[in-house]
Design a protein around this ligand. Structure first.
Ligand SMILES: NC(=O)c1ccc[n+]([C@@H]2O[C@H](COP(=O)([O-])OP(=O)(O)OC[C@H]3O[C@@H](n4cnc5c(N)ncnc54)[C@H](OP(=O)(O)O)[C@@H]3O)[C@@H](O)[C@H]2O)c1
Length: 287
């Protein structure tokens, strides 16, 4: 049985939907925090069980009978993220899975300036220490991240953000295909995968240009000092920890830590990766 966690999240829901196109529903199980939210999958014959990475005992039931487990990194920030994912890896091994897959990040490194990069590196190390086949899927930075910034840019005509750098923004839809391929082709991306990224590198100045073209309005990129940006977003209600987390993304980007591309994703897709422009079009009102 293939177990997929996080199947009520954006990535997991699409992965299970795509997986259902290639393997029988009764060979798929999902581990989710709220089974009611996965009722549509249950209706299609998928086994739905409750599992929470922060309550590892729940995972024993959720992962029962697993041959492969795809661990979608839980939406948890800070040191608790690695602790939770480590518990999920241990539960997958305990369940007897012959292969554990994990959604990592293109910038996974103990030296990452972006906290998730360090957390993912810790999990990759933990996976390598288990006596089981594993695949760490090094996802590109999700293009959907623009959803956090586009609405304000449309209101003000400006991307007022800290200094950044080039990033190989990569679409969920493309990564869903890669993850499903990894699950259905044992041995694909054995160990740590190559960076699964789109080929282009864009910074926020490039994104401002694309958005200007798409909207017919001038969207300007304005670089704001880190501390000034932090004070502004905190005054707008962002918690200090969230502001620091986000600043880490800008610090890593301007240090070139996300300027990583690799042909593996397009080779696997057999088509060009989804462009950042296409994702921006979808993000725009009416898109
Ligand atoms: N590569 C990148 O650029 C990038 C960017 C952002 C995030 N990420 C990572 O990629 C993951 C998947 O992305 P996404 O777009 O699908 O995010 P998403 O829609 O926010 O989904 C996150 C998933 O994490 C689950 N989750 C949260 N806490 C959990 C816990 N304690 N135990 C088990 N599951 C838990 C959520 O469950 P519920 O449905 O019950 O809430 C949800 O299914 C994220 O969780 C994050 O770790 C990567």
């Amino acid at each position: 049985m293939i177990i997929v966690t996080g199947a009520t999240g954006r990535l997991g829901r699409q992965i299970v939907g795509k997986l259902l196109e290639s393997v029988p529903a009764e060979t798929i199980g999902v581990s989710v925090r709220e089974p009611g939210k996965a009722a549509a999958f249950a209706g299609r014959g998928v086994r739905v069980r409750a599992g929470d990475f922060t309550e590892p005992s729940t995972l024993d039931h959720a992962f029962e009978g697993a041959d492969q487990v795809l661990l979608i990194s839980a939406a948890i920030r800070g040191p608790r993220a690695a602790e939770a994912s480590r518990a999920a890896v241990d539960a997958a091994v305990r369940a007897g899975a012959s292969r554990v897959l994990y959604t990592s990040h293109q910038a996974a490194s103990p030296d990452s300036l972006f906290d998730p990069g360090r957390q993912h590196a810790a999990i990759e190390k933990h996976l390598a220490e288990q006596n089981v086949a594993y695949t760490a899927l090094r996802h590109g930075f999700y293009t959907s991240t623009f959803e956090h910034y586009v609405p304000a840019a449309l209101r003000s005509g400006e991307f007022r953000l800290p200094a950044d750098g080039p990033v190989s923004w990569t679409a969920h839809a493309d990564l869903v295909e890669a993850d499903v391929a990894a699950l259905t082709k044992p041995g694909l991306f054995d160990g740590v995968s190559p960076p699964l990224t789109a080929p282009g590198l864009l910074d926020f100045a490039d994104v401002a240009s694309i958005l200007s073209e798409l909207t017919g309005r001038t969207i300007t990129r304005v670089v704001v000092d880190d501390e000034e940006w932090k004070a502004t977003v905190i005054a707008q209600g962002m918690p200090d920890a969230a502001a620091e987390f986000t600043l880490g993304m800008f610090r890593a980007a301007r240090a070139g830590q996300f300027a990583v591309t690799h042909p593996a994703l397009e080779d696997l897709l057999g088509r060009p990766a989804t462009s950042a422009r296409a994702v921006l079009e979808e993000i725009l009102p009416g898109g």
